[in-house]
Design a protein. Structure first.
Length: 299
């Protein structure tokens, strides 16, 4: 951690938000997936509270179908930081009969995370959940405030959001409510990658080009895995690919790439005409898929 003068307004804003969370809430948690956005959040939290450690735990809602590279990176980073990691598993929600496993061509556990997340919030009585959602990802995200209130059922009402004027963040909540907090809400995908490059942050190898057994469906490139449905006629081939976003592998597609360094990834994103969410099949189920999931309690 350096003490040099900070001239990055996005970083300044995010650090301010982290400090507001720490001052206004009793039991915050940082939702951590091992992806680039949550890695960026961890660095921002380090800077916000330096020289002390990050004063709240990290939590991962594990679908059980995550990319192994991401889980390996998550565990190594947490050990290096010396912070608490809470893991709650979608498989437990399935085993307890709270959710039903999907089947078929577009089956995924991504939607099932909502129940596991809400149960974990209730279990630990978290009043603020910090996440890496950005307004440029998907249009439902653009309706969020930085402090986005959820009711006592974990649900989000996009028509009942508080104004946030002049960086004034209102953390007042009723009993049973909690807040989702988005410190990098005003960042873009390119901003995140540029920050990773500037801070020389380590990220999972899955973000860089590598050879992987994949198959093509609906114009998208999918990992060949026991967790990903594949028709018999869909042919597996070994391709050079990388991932722009990481999550449940059953709904996260790869892109053809030869970018093996962060600077090459940044250049690739600058030239891309497709959003990173274009590789997430769960957003394509309907025009309002993300918004409906958020209303039900999804992050």
């Amino acid at each position: 951690m350096t003490d040099k003068l900070n001239v990055n307004p996005l970083e300044n804003e995010a650090i301010h938000i982290f400090r507001e969370v720490a001052s206004q809430f009793e039991r915050p948690v940082l939702l951590f997936s091992g992806g680039k956005d949550s890695i960026t959040l961890v660095r921002l939290a380090q800077k916000a509270f330096h020289p002390a450690k990050i004063p709240f735990p990290l939590m991962h809602i594990d679908t059980g179908h995550n990319f192994p590279e991401t889980i390996e990176f998550r565990d190594r980073l947490v050990e290096e930081l010396g912070v608490e990691l809470i893991v709650r598993n979608v498989q437990d929600s399935i085993d307890e009969g709270k959710v039903v496993e999907e089947s078929g061509r577009y089956s995924s556990r991504n939607i099932l995370q909502t129940t596991t997340l809400l149960d974990a919030i209730e279990e630990f009585k978290f009043d603020a959940c910090i996440g890496g959602a950005r307004r440029d990802e998907e249009k439902a995200r653009a309706k969020e405030r930085i402090f986005s209130v959820r009711d006592d059922f974990g649900q989000w009402d996009e028509k009942n959001q508080r104004p946030e004027l002049f960086d004034m963040l209102n953390g007042e909540i009723e009993i049973g409510q909690n807040v989702r907090v988005f410190p990098i809400s005003n960042w873009t995908e390119l901003d995140v990658w540029s920050y990773i490059e500037a801070e020389d942050l380590e990220i999972p190898s899955i973000y860089f080009a590598h050879k992987r057994d994949t198959f093509v469906r609906d114009g998208l490139i999918w990992t060949s895995s026991e967790h990903v449905y594949k028709d018999d006629e869909e042919i597996v081939d070994n391709r050079w690919v990388r991932f722009r976003t990481v999550g449940d592998m059953s709904c996260t597609a790869a892109v053809l790439s030869k970018a093996t360094t962060i600077s090459e990834v940044v250049a690739e994103i600058r030239d891309s005409k497709i959003s990173e969410r274009g590789a997430r099949i769960d957003d394509k189920r309907s025009e309002a898929a993300m918004e409906k999931r958020k209303q039900q309690g999804y992050f």
